[in-house]
Design a protein around this ligand. Structure first.
Ligand code: TTP
Ligand code: MG
Ligand code: MG
Length: 403
């Protein structure tokens, strides 16, 4: 019953976002000064709360609040996130738990603590679905990633939309989760587009309409502009991203310094050259290959897995990392991605474990489908530094996603 209701809502929202796309998409991506890119940003909806609804679907019809307890008193701390039922009542991330409880009094709300290891495993599996579809994936946080799909879709908006829809479908089918996706010519546009229709949205902004799309939005929609900066900009009569785009760069730079000023100036026009950095974050190492021909032959596929196991094992050693989970990714002949993960009792660095677990997971996966496998991959996750290693911090260092 719940499923039907949420599917119906999803469909309705989907239609509304597609009509937005039709309104803005005529003409597709034009060739321009910079090499054109098509970037996809995907963000899972009310992530921690949605994970809890998965294990207890009864929670989805009532307000659900995930709490970051500080431990000082029973209710001290803030709301980590809340489902959309609670959000309608204005309970959002960052609100003190005490205030959330006042607002939700009598509403039969549920309050749960954060169960990070579980959300991380789910996040790992969603990232594996991304890697099964697209080569260049940058995990930007526990529930979001940028994908560079330029080559894959050859800058064709319809192909981009199809890819986005199949990602949404696979995440829903494999993990039971809804997400929102934005497509644009830069990371900054894709990120803002993914938040434009939420939950379960899909918003596509052709490159030549980036500035027009951003223009009416309030300045705090730009990544990097928080409440304080927004106040300062308001003092300068700059309320919307369009106001920022029209303003004189010297004026902005004088107030915010060269680096920030230049970023505001370019980002407000949707210009952002930051590449999608091909990494899944420090928690994962993964590789996927396309089989020479579609197959269900475990001996043949195991040979490919052997290569992948050796490669990933070498990478883990090089970075001084141990893994606690081994996963297998398989893209089937109908292009649906399947993932299966095995979590070990202890962190490990043995290639035999990678071999054994991936072959075992392959067998399990083949038992669950009659279809042939087209691409296969291994993912090591839950990574921790090997004792004595000191350069994990270096490995984990992430350049800022915006200048
Ligand atoms: P977000 O993606 O910002 O938020 P969300 O997934 O809960 O909701 P939506 O994307 O639909 O708007 O953050 C991802 C998770 O990070 C979120 O589920 C909980 C955690 N988080 C916090 O713990 N504190 C915060 O202030 C925020 C914003 C998020
Ligand atoms: Mg989210
Ligand atoms: Mg997020």
């Amino acid at each position: 019953m719940d499923q039907t209701v949420s599917d119906a809502c999803g469909l309705e929202r989907h239609i509304s976002s597609i009509s937005f796309w039709q309104a803005v998409s005529a003409g597709g991506f034009k060739s321009g000064e910079d090499p054109l890119r098509m970037i996809l940003h995907c963000d899972l909806d009310y992530f921690f709360a949605q994970c809890e609804e998965l294990s207890n679907p009864g929670l989805s019809t009532k307000p659900l609040v995930i709490c970051a307890y500080s431990g000082r008193t029973e209710d001290s701390g803030v709301v980590s996130t809340a489902n959309y039922v609670a959000r309608k009542l204005r309970v959002n991330s960052g609100l003190p738990i005490i205030q959330a409880k006042k607002i939700l009094e009598g509403s039969n709300a549920t309050y749960l603590p954060i169960d990070r290891p579980r959300y991380e495993s789910i996040s790992d599996r969603v990232m594996a679905i991304f890697s099964a579809h697209v080569g260049i994936v940058e995990k930007a946080s526990i529930d979001e990633a940028y994908l560079d799909i330029t080559e894959q879709v050859q800058l064709d908006l319809t192909e981009g939309r199809n890819l986005a829809q199949s990602l949404k479908r696979d995440i829903r089918r494999e993990e039971g989760l809804s997400c929102s996706i934005g497509l644009g010519a830069s990371k900054v546009v894709a990120k803002i587009a993914s938040g434009f229709v939420k939950p379960d949205g899909l918003t596509i902004v052709p490159s030549y309409q980036s500035a027009e799309f951003l223009s009416p939005l309030p300045v705090d929609k730009l990544p990097g502009i928080g409440k304080k900066t927004q106040e300062r900009l308001r003092g300068m009569h700059l309320e919307t991203i369009g106001d920022l785009a029209k303003s004189n760069i010297q004026y902005i730079t004088a107030a915010f310094g060269k680096k920030m000023g230049t970023y505001f100036h370019l980002a407000s026009r949707g210009m952002d050259k930051d590449p999608v950095r091909p990494r899944l974050g420090p928690e994962q190492l993964s590789r996927i290959v396309t089989l020479k021909e579609n197959s269900r032959d475990t001996d043949m596929i195991s040979l490919e897995l052997e290569d992948l196991a050796q490669d990933l094992h070498a990478k883990a050693l090089k970075h001084g990392l141990q893994f606690r989970s081994v996963g297998i990714i398989a893209v089937l002949e109908n292009l649906v991605a399947k993932t299966r993960t095995k979590t070990l009792d202890q962190p490990n660095s043995s290639i035999d474990i990678i071999r054994g677990s991936s072959t075992e997971l392959l067998r399990t996966l083949l038992e669950e489908t009659d279809l042939q496998i087209r691409r296969v991959g291994i993912q090591l996750s839950n990574l921790t530094p090997t004792t004595g290693q000191t350069f994990l911090a270096e490995f984990m260092e992430r350049p800022p996603s915006t200048p």
